[in-house]
Design a protein around this ligand. Sequence first.
Ligand SMILES: [Zn+2]
Length: 84
Amino acid sequence: MIELAETTSPMFAQEPLTWAAFKLDGVLTARVSCFRGHSGLIPDHDIAADGTVSPSLACTWKGCHWHEFIRLTDWKPEEVETDG
Ligand SMILES: [Zn+2]
């Protein structure tokens, strides 16, 4: 299990090992970046109230073998805008 830090940088910035809340078709999910800075959305994963993501996450970029159990530090779904 590794911890990802929340980022406030622009949506498609690629800071390694960060997350940002994202609304996809009205459903709250997150954009996460692997240790190489490849970012992607995780709408097919569950995010628990404490930020734990399940199942484990594998980077989908070709040639990247990053695969980890992750937790989104400071995940606070109740504070995310819901009118998106
Ligand atoms: Zn990657």
